[in-house]
Design a protein around this ligand. Structure first.
Ligand code: MN
Length: 252
């Protein structure tokens, strides 16, 4: 099996190192990942500048491609240029920080998986909830176990999957829950400051927005310390509204 490993935290990020090493028993793993951190770039692609690919020693005898570009660039370039044969599976991550709720839409980690979905390649985004101490090795073992199970069931015609692993410093997760994406994001605020030249600048910050009781979602399941699995689609059409909109009989 040919596996493409990528991420949005950069090619030397420990989450990608751990995931790639865990995937190696499954097949031939090719690493094509951003040279620099690209978190929260969403599905950006480079159109006004060249995308430079550097062959790079990954430090343990393996070679990979460090890309001066976005996570989506990495997957597009890997599929069309860098991999001699189409990947059978794309794994993006492990991201430092959960990608649940509306953060899914900002995430470069998830965008890389969705880009693979555009090309018909099964893809899994994996993210680990941030904590003071993060154990990517344990997270990679959890992800690998899920990937093995999914492979056993056959990845053909599977949607893009978004996997989140709860903070492991509080102990192992309590189980796996298939859950829909929450519409929660962050309770965001802007910190307004002055730079040394007296100009005002803003820096966004916030806390995770907690899901209300009784709502079944990725955010709620993560808070209960479940590993979450969410199937994603990239058809953004609100199909249920097409008929009502057509009934408006909009004209020139
Ligand atoms: Mn990231």
């Amino acid at each position: 099996m040919r596996i493409l490993a990528t991420n949005d935290d950069g090619i030397m990020a420990p989450g990608l190192v751990a995931m790639r090493q865990a995937l190696e028993p499954l097949g031939e793993v090719t690493v094509v990942a951003p040279m620099f951190a690209q978190s929260a770039v969403g599905h950006a692609i480079s159109v006004n500048e060249p995308v430079i690919a550097h062959r790079m020693d990954l430090g343990d005898g393996r070679m990979g491609f460090a890309i001066e570009g976005s996570p989506a660039d990495c997957v597009k370039l890997a599929i069309l240029e860098l991999m001699p044969e189409r990947a059978d599976l794309v794994v993006s991550g492990i991201n430092l920080g959960a990608n649940a709720g509306v953060n899914v839409l900002y995430s470069g980690t998830v965008a890389a998986a969705i880009e693979a979905g555009f090309w018909g390649v099964p893809a899994i985004a994996v993210s680990l909830e941030a904590a003071d101490v993060v154990d990517f090795k344990q997270a990679a073992e959890i992800a690998l176990s899920l990937i093995r199970q999914l492979l056993d069931h056959g990845l053909k015609d599977r949607p893009v999957l978004n996997v989140n692993i709860p903070d492991l410093s509080a102990g192992p997760p309590v189980g796996v829950r298939v859950a829909p994406q929450s519409l929660k994001g962050w309770r965001e605020r802007w910190d307004r400051r002055q730079d040394p030249r007296g100009r005002t600048y803003y820096w966004i910050y916030g806390d995770a927005d907690i899901e209300e009781d009784g709502v079944e979602s990725d955010v709620a399941a993560l808070a209960e310390r479940y590993v979450t699995v969410t199937p994603l689609r990239f058809d953004m059409t609100a199909h249920e509204r097409l008929a009502a909109l057509r009934n408006l009989d909009l004209r020139l």
